[in-house]
Design a binder for this molecule. Structure first.
Ligand code: NAG
Ligand code: NAG
Ligand code: NAG
Ligand code: NAG
Length: 380
């Protein structure tokens, strides 16, 4: 099976949750101007295709055109940048590279362990390639960290290190000061044929965060899971597989996994509270991406976007970036102006959609505690 198709499958065959009709509270929260910026020297990210900036493309082949049409190199499932890219810009750091990606990459200011198609829990899907689940991403990180430190030959006593590693790898002290971002869950709770138990999935996520905390990580920015049932790919998939049995809500979003989505986010928030109690020295921010995306989807027209249930690249029958097996011609082509769309390929957001969500969440309006990204090293 073509690996790209496998990855797409994990993104596409999911019929996710549905969205609740309420829109996010944009005005609430907000950081205090008295708090100081954290000056994070690095970001370490974990997740799925929503934040994969190169791992999937390095491992399974360059992501096909027209992905990346508004950005350099085709490493992302979008026309351009992802939310994590806007975070890097905001914090004055370079875009994150994946350690799986060895050409022209640098990890001095962090690394991205996210892989498209990944889940939190290690469940084997028959006939499909499963990229690194969250626990494996954390294992990869822990080895990245221990080897970086070992090879840097860093000696706090005389502050010397091994020069060859100076340019491309973080300083050892960066690991405790960095921001750890997590955006995963989409593929666990939206994959209808392989439903997981939500408490198990959240427990697995919590265990992964704990492993990072035990390794010395202190600052976390954890996204909850978005309104996948309102993605056009979910709606089309539901209708295609379930025909008249496909249940949609009053907004036209897939209803089926609504309970799981709401439950996931509720349990995740509880898990974050428990982790805060257990690791009082850490700053763990829970970010309600779900509400921020609801706000965007249900105010799309007002905010200058076109129909939020349409998408820019490909069609329900011809996926974005697929090619004719006979003459290799590109079949799933892009719309003329991706910036008018929230959704890029039915499943992933456009650069414009990602930028909008990033701008909504970076100032702390959707965070608990209500801290902006740049102040997420502070506790409540
Ligand atoms: C955060 O940004 C959004 C979007 O720009 C804005 O509507 C909101 O008022 C801001 N909130 C705070 C607390 O600054
Ligand atoms: C720095 O300290 C380490 C460990 O004490 C030692 O092995 C190394 O030779 C020292 N390097 C220099 C340049 O003094
Ligand atoms: C998924 O969950 C639904 C609802 O709880 C259940 O009816 C169905 O059998 C489950 N499917 C699998 C493959 O476990
Ligand atoms: C694929 O290419 C062949 C040969 O050029 C053509 O006959 C066929 O219609 C194409 N299929 C699609 C779906 O465009």
């Amino acid at each position: 099976m073509d690996s790209r198709v496998a990855i797409w499958g994990v993104g596409m065959l999911f019929f996710a949750l549905m969205v609740v009709g309420e829109s996010g509270d944009v005005g609430g929260g907000g950081g205090s101007s008295k708090r100081r910026k954290c000056e994070f020297p690095a970001i370490f990210n974990f997740g799925d295709s929503n934040s994969d900036t190169g791992a999937g493309s390095a491992a399974f082949g360059e992501i096909d055109e027209p992905n990346g049409m508004n950005f350099h190199l085709r490493k992302r499932s979008s026309d351009g940048r992802l939310i994590i890219d806007f975070f890097a810009e905001k914090l004055g750091l370079p875009y994150l590279d994946a350690p799986l990606d060895t050409i022209g990459t640098s990890f001095k200011h962090g690394a991205n362990f996210a892989v498209g198609g990944s889940r939190i829990s290690p469940i084997v899907l028959v006939g499909s390639m499963i990229p690194l689940h969250l626990g494996a991403q954390v294992s990869e990180f822990l080895q990245f960290k221990s080897r970086t430190i070992a090879l840097s030959d860093y000696h706090p006593s005389n502050n010397t290190k091994n020069p060859p590693f100076e340019s491309n790898y973080p300083e050892p002290e960066v690991f405790s000061k960095a921001l750890y971002t997590i955006d995963i869950g989409h593929n666990d709770i939206s994959y209808i044929f392989y439903n997981s138990s939500v408490p198990t999935v959240v427990n697995d996520l919590s265990n992964s965060v704990q492993r990072l905390l035990e390794s010395g990580a202190k600052n976390f920015w954890i996204h909850n899971t978005g309104p996948h049932g309102c993605l056009p790919g979910s709606i089309d998939g539901c209708k295609m597989f379930f025909k008249e049995k496909c249940e949609l809500d009053e907004n036209g979003c897939v209803k089926r996994n609504n309970k799981q989505a709401v439950e996931f986010n509720k349990l995740l928030k509880e898990a974050v509270y428990k982790l805060r109690a257990k690791y009082p020295h850490a700053a763990i921010t829970y970010v309600d991406v779900h509400s921020s995306k609801n706000y965007l989807v249900f105010n799309a027209k007002k905010l200058g976007f076109t129909d939020p249930f349409s998408f820019c690249c490909g069609t329900p029958k011809i996926y974005c970036g697929t090619r004719n097996g006979t003459d290799n011609k590109l079949l799933g082509t892009a719309c003329s102006d991706p910036s008018k769309y929230i959704v890029w390929d039915g499943v992933h957001y456009t650069q414009a959609g990602n930028r909008f969500v990033a701008n909504l969440i970076m100032n702390g309006s959707f965070s608990d505690p209500p801290l902006p990204l740049s102040e997420a090293c502070h506790k409540v």
